[in-house]
Write a new protein. Structure first.
Length: 185
């Protein structure tokens, strides 16, 4: 039986569009990374992937709360084994940079997967390692029945990270894929 991975491309166009910087929009960057990742997984025996936004214009919910709830409900209804939400971070301080992965608890099955994905992004894309962080307040982590993690690829407000988010979208997807394969087989 295939391992089912639900790929949530964070945010929507228009409603809760996410961060922006250096001419990039989070919802567009993470949409493309998610599509690349789904393609890699769906072309690998033993894996099945589904994305939250099959088109770049797909809008889930009518506000932030209903959008998050729709993503969790869709993953649950589909019977996902893992939930991976992809985002780009932002800060008013443009020196902030790097990749971090959020999980609900260090005791969860998502911790080793988060660490493996983080290691691969840092190694393959060259971002700074900001660690695996526990944040049980995040809706997508606390409301999912399956192991869930939220990846902040890099800071869209940092010039070096923004360049990677613009030019290395496939490499981010490949690194996430490699992290999944290393941890889950």
């Amino acid at each position: 039986m295939a391992i089912k991975i639900y790929i949530d491309q964070g945010h929507n166009r228009g409603i809760n569009a996410g961060a922006e910087g250096f001419g990039l929009f989070e919802q567009d960057v993470v949409w493309q990374v998610g599509m690349y990742l789904a393609d890699l997984l769906n072309n690998t025996p033993g894996y099945e992937a589904k994305v939250s936004r099959p088109t770049i214009d797909t809008v889930l919910g009518y506000n932030n709360s209903t959008s998050l709830a729709a993503r969790v409900a869709d993953a649950t209804y589909w019977g996902a084994d893992y939930f991976i939400s992809i985002h780009a971070n932002a800060s008013v301080d443009p020196s902030y940079n790097g990749t971090e992965v959020y999980i609900y608890s260090e005791l969860s099955k998502s911790y080793p997967l988060a660490q493996s994905i983080l290691n691969q992004i840092v190694a393959e894309v060259g971002t700074r390692d900001n660690g695996v962080r526990v944040n049980p307040r995040l809706y997508l982590l606390r409301r999912n029945l399956m192991p869930a993690l939220l990846i902040e690829l890099g800071y869209i407000t940092n010039p070096e990270d923004a360049e990677k988010l613009r030019n290395n979208q496939f490499e981010f997807a490949q690194a996430i894929y490699d992290g999944i394969r290393i941890e889950l087989g």
